[in-house]
Design a protein around this ligand. Structure first.
Ligand code: GDP
Length: 529
């Protein structure tokens, strides 16, 4: 394959994820985005609320029962002249680790804000994570069909609280029952809103020009005049869109609309496909890898079991960083130093699992995993590389886990280690005793683990409370000092699922004391895979 055609394929791709606070409308936007991508005939089937048409990405009973999205799935669809990869992230706080890691696999993000509420907690946290890589952000102010806050005020809040400049691309005309549509500042046209069109791609009703008398006729003299005055103010007071600043994550284009009414989502997609970056280079420990490079490379950012309940397989999600995947190709699984032949990777066209014929940098493919692949693993064509920056987060919640039937200890350990390799949970084995401690970032992970231990490993496990409040991975450059630290603190030391030494602290005070006492030992809050 010539480098030229790889370049061409790469230039088509836009890989993004949605970040938002729960209930801001991420699922609804995903539905509409897919509708525009012609992936679904009729939007409204992603979560299948109130019907028995369950979402394509739903797979666990628990998820259906609780109505939350536990999984990360990948959807690919064409839009305008681009090929868009949308990576879904679990919205529930308890699965934030997966979300964080998914954000390492995208090149841009769509931030959805409930315009009645403004900036919320979870959005703040997720923005912090996108900042680690200066990911470009597109903003959608949602729920304009409701009474929202003053849009100027919400934009101000985004600017001050999230420390990013806002450049409105569209501007809303009224809201709630009075929502009439938006004025597109760049195109100098008003796009009129019609209710009851949420499940279709609407025929656009457009009025060209702000001074067009048709506008007054359509939305009323008073509102039209108000819009003109408001726009003068807004355009004067806000930032102009600047592509460079957008690409460096310092400025976000802002769109207004209603996902439920399927209005404005297309404007946002137009902007995203036009401006969002094509697949970006990624750093390895050795060198930077560019998307256009001819040789294949990629990294695993997520492992997931039971995508399809009929097939008990595990899928390792790999972001392709460079080159091209073809069915049957040989790759080097760098960590274990083996060549593997990949004949049945899955792609995620339109939410269905299909056999991937080919895929390029920016795409996500799923590899069937029988326990050899871990989060963070690098695959290449020959070169020894290790992609960096795929984090594990120190858990904040701990329980000791125990079997009802003690004879199955081996299976329990195997299950826990595999689940920790997937990133579903973290497991710690104290150096001084045979107990097993499970650590999680969110409390729901505990339930998932017990359910999966039962379903996949046939072990009945129960939790007990344990006197651990926080954990840190520990390293030390000085072997002698490390040995002393290990001897003195053995009661607080454990090995995690990957045999990394971890300090498990009964309290923050204890942790702080140890950190003071052993200044040469490094206590890490995150660990890179
Ligand atoms: P998620 O938790 O971010 O995925 O949010 P959902 O897409 O599930 O939306 C949360 C709730 O807000 C649901 O009841 C949606 O129907 C509703 N919703 C989403 N978008 C809009 C909108 O534009 N207008 C109104 N009125 N409701 C919306």
């Amino acid at each position: 394959m010539s480098n030229n055609s790889i370049q061409q394929e790469v230039s088509l791709r836009r890989t993004f994820a949605i970040i938002s606070h729960p209930d801001a409308g991420k699922t609804t936007i995903t539905e509409k985005v897919l509708l525009f991508g012609k992936a679904l005939q009729k939007a409204g089937t992603v979560k299948g609320r109130g019907s028995n048409q369950h979402a394509k990405s739903d797979w666990m009973e628990m998820e259906k029962e609780r109505g939350i999205s536990v999984t990360t799935s990948v959807m690919q669809f064409p839009y305008n002249d681009a090929l868009v990869n949308l990576l879904d992230t679990p919205g529930h706080e308890d699965f934030s680790e997966d979300t964080y890691r998914t954000l390492t696999a995208v090149d841009s993000c769509l931030m959805v804000i409930d315009a009645a509420k403004g900036v919320e907690d979870r959005t703040r946290k997720l923005m912090e994570v996108t900042r680690l890589r200066d990911t470009p952000i597109v903003t959608f102010m949602n729920k304009l069909d409701r009474d929202i806050r003053d849009p100027m005020e919400v934009m101000d809040e985004v600017e001050t609280e999230l420390n990013i400049m806002c450049a409105p691309i569209t501007w809303p005309i009224g809201c709630g029952k009075e929502f009439k549509g938006v004025y597109h500042i760049h195109r100098d046209e008003t796009i009129l809103y019609a209710t009851g069109q949420g499940h279709t791609i609407q025929e656009k009703r457009i009025i060209k020009g702000l001074d067009n008398p048709d506008l007054d006729a359509e939305i009323g003299d008073e509102l039209a005049e108000q819009l003109r005055e408001e726009l003068e103010l807004v355009i004067g007071a806000s930032n102009e869109f600047d592509h460079e600043l957008f690409l460096s994550g310092e400025l976000t284009p802002v769109y207004f609309g209603t996902a439920l009414g399927n209005f404005g989502v297309d404007h946002m997609l137009d902007g995203l496909t036009e401006w969002a970056p094509t697949p970006m280079p990624r750093q390895t420990e050795e060198r930077e890898v560019k998307a256009e490079e001819e040789k294949f490379s990629g990294f695993v950012f997520k492992i997931q079991a039971n995508m399809d309940p009929k097939h008990r397989d595990r899928i390792a999600f790999m972001r392709i960083v460079s080159g091209k995947y073809t069915q049957g190709m040989k790759m080097d699984h760098v960590r274990i130093g083996k060549k593997v032949s990949i004949s049945d990777a899955v792609t995620f066209m339109a939410g269905d699992r299909e056999r991937a014929q080919e895929a390029y940098a920016g795409d996500i493919i799923g590899l069937h995993n029988h326990g050899t692949i871990q989060i963070g693993d690098t695959f290449t064509q020959g070169e020894k590389l290790k992609f960096s920056g795929i984090p594990n987060f120190a858990p904040e919640l701990f329980r000791s886990i125990r079997l009802k039937d003690p004879l199955k200890q081996k299976q329990l350990l195997k299950g826990l280690v595999q689940l920790s390799e997937e990133g579903a949970v973290q497991v710690f084995r104290p150096l001084q005793n045979n107990s097993l401690i499970v650590g999680a970032v969110g409390v729901l992970q505990f339930d998932v683990v017990v359910a999966r231990l039962k379903a996949e490993y046939n072990v009945d496990a129960i939790y007990e409370s344990v006197a651990v409040q926080t954990a840190r991975w520990v390293t030390c450059d000085d072997d002698k000092k490390m040995a002393e630290f290990k001897r003195k603190c053995e009661a607080n030391l454990a090995l995690d699922g990957g045999d990394n030494l971890t300090y498990i602290a009964p309290s923050r005070v204890n942790l702080n004391l140890s950190m003071e006492r052993y200044p040469d030992v490094k206590f890490h809050h995150t660990r890179e895979h």
